[in-house]
Write a protein that binds this ligand. Structure first.
Ligand code: NAD
Length: 259
């Protein structure tokens, strides 16, 4: 079977759960070799077992994306295992349960969120770029969020600011590296039915309050984000760089949603 990622090597962070897990499975199905990275080694090993059972080629790698040494090592692993790196999906992120408005959010919550969500993406790019250059170009996908594009009264200031940083960083790197054929796009998911958000919206009432704003009337699925990442990773998107690629069930388009 001809896959859309045949011959490509991809590194995916946050591959133990949610978007990263689904993307690992889909990229393998489409012919990529994948270095699946997560801070939770058991979770990412389970993802790789599932990918392998379906005939895919992947390795599980434990790394904390907020550590420079870990990020340097994970990129080296891709070249050691598979000889090159073509696609870098900087997707790992957290939503801290104590993230709130500016007055209540602690410095510790701010620092941890920025370290993983913003610095983690920077470090992935910092160590990924030389490897992508060695491969003759490639595609970087950085996971941001719709919250970087619009304000919410249910505040999570550290998370929102960290995702704004991802958008600005991605845009600038897209311009800087365009002539080297390295593309950078930010994936902006809407609210998804994954562990990350469902832990935050932990009652039916909170879920309903969020659903009111989504024109499609449902949460998105991690598998739907994986399809968007596949497009951005593949040569189908060869002229797409520097975008805020929004996949959000229409939430950023809506002023009033249908009932
Ligand atoms: P998830 O919680 O299901 O998966 C995130 C994974 O990242 C987990 O496996 C976790 O172990 C890993 N991780 C956390 N910290 C890490 C670290 N320091 N180093 C390496 N791995 C680490 O979440 P998800 O919904 O799949 O989210 C993936 C990305 O999508 C995140 O960046 C998130 O902010 C973003 N996002 C999610 C939503 C949503 O509604 N779920 C919406 C917009 C954006």
């Amino acid at each position: 079977m001809n896959g859309r990622l045949d011959g490509k090597v991809a590194l995916i962070t946050g591959a133990g759960s949610g978007i990263g897990r689904e993307t690992t499975l889909l990229f393998c199905e489409e012919g990529a070799e994948v270095v699946a990275v997560d801070i939770d080694h058991e979770a990412v090993k389970a993802t790789v077992r599932t990918a392998e059972a379906a005939g895919g080629r992947a390795v599980a790698h434990r790394a904390d994306v907020s550590s420079a040494a870990d990020c340097e090592r994970m990129v080296a692993r891709a070249e050691e295992e598979f000889g090159r790196l073509d696609v870098m999906f900087n997707n790992a992120g957290i939503m801290h349960s104590e993230d709130d408005d500016a007055e209540s959010t602690t410095e510790a919550t701010w620092n941890l969120t920025m370290d993983i969500n913003a610095k983690g993406v920077f470090l992935g790019c910092k160590y990924g770029i030389p490897a992508l250059r060695r491969a003759g170009g490639g595609s970087v996908i950085n996971t941001a969020s719709f919250v970087a594009l619009m304000g919410a009264a249910t505040a999570q200031v550290a998370y929102t600011a960290s995702k704004g940083a991802v958008l600005a960083l991605t845009r600038e790197l897209a311009v800087v590296h365009a002539r080297e054929r390295i593309r950078f796009n930010a994936l902006c998911p809407g609210p998804l039915r994954t562990e990350l958000l469902m832990k935050f919206l932990d009652t039916e009432e909170k879920k309903e309050r969020r659903l009111v704003h989504i024109p499609t009337g449902r949460f998105g699925e991690a598998a739907e984000m994986a399809q968007a990442a596949l497009y951005l990773a593949s040569d189908d998107s060869s002229y797409v760089t520097g975008t805020e690629f929004v996949v959000d069930g229409g939430i950023t388009a809506a002023y009033v949603t249908p009932t």
